[in-house]
Design a protein. Sequence first.
Length: 320
Amino acid sequence: MAEATLSKDANANAMDVTAPEALSAGEVIQLPDGRIGVTAGLAGFASGDPATLLTAGQFTFAKTADVVCLDGGRAYFDKSASTITPLQTESADNVYAGVFVGDAASAATTCVVDINVEQRTVWDMHGGAADTVIVQTTGTTKLEWSGGTAQFAFSTNAEAEKVDILSKVSIPVTQPMIFESIWEVVTAADADVADLSVGLANATHASDADSITESCFFHQDSGADLNLDAESDDGTTEVAATDTTIDIVAGTPKEVWIDARDLTDIQMYADGVLVLDSTVFKLDAATGPLKALWHFEKSANDTAGVVQLHRMILRTTDVT
């Protein structure tokens, strides 16, 4: 017997299964390999009948209300609501569905997804080369990796400390780019002496992210001030840290995106919602190149603080 026998054309976008239950036309189910399948045809299938599921192609779905979808972003199918969301959650009810085709505004009721297509990035913290520099004197500032999560922790020594992750991959400012990250504060510092900055930057800094010459950040003073701020500085125009009116909750992940496809008017998103839409964040005077940066710092204080970084990626596009 041959080692492999063709059973279906390799370019076929369908899978034949036994319907696990009655399936209506266009119904979405999850396959054993984790992909989604869309019921083919117009009539549907009865439970136990041979059924055909489409496993590739661009499909229009109902969209979760009040969130934005960005072209090329990751799409998840919410089984309980039968809608597509751009937000990754820890619930098994949300399964990876593919990538968005085009943007979808917050008010839009539908979105288009290229199903079962993996998102392509130019840099991903999970496997992408990066630099980390820990600044401390006698303390034990830590960066530990566990299960795909990077955990940053200050020591209780009364000293200035800093820990960061800076991507080795850089993107020229002539290239439209999008930054994405998911992180959470585990233990807030007990005083407003710790600063957390995450986003785009041309470099890192040993003690003060605000001193980086070119950057666009989400920022949080990880002590009593739980405000999530946004800021930018391109060496010519500086937009100071501005309250997005969204608060950080310890133990709750926060997903943020920086849409820098237009460096003259960068859009900032928190949990799929556009924030500070009347504020013009910009990097058009920057010379770059720009990298992904996670920067956690504290001044000379004995406060501790623990933050986890679950995801950080950079992606680019020529289609804007």
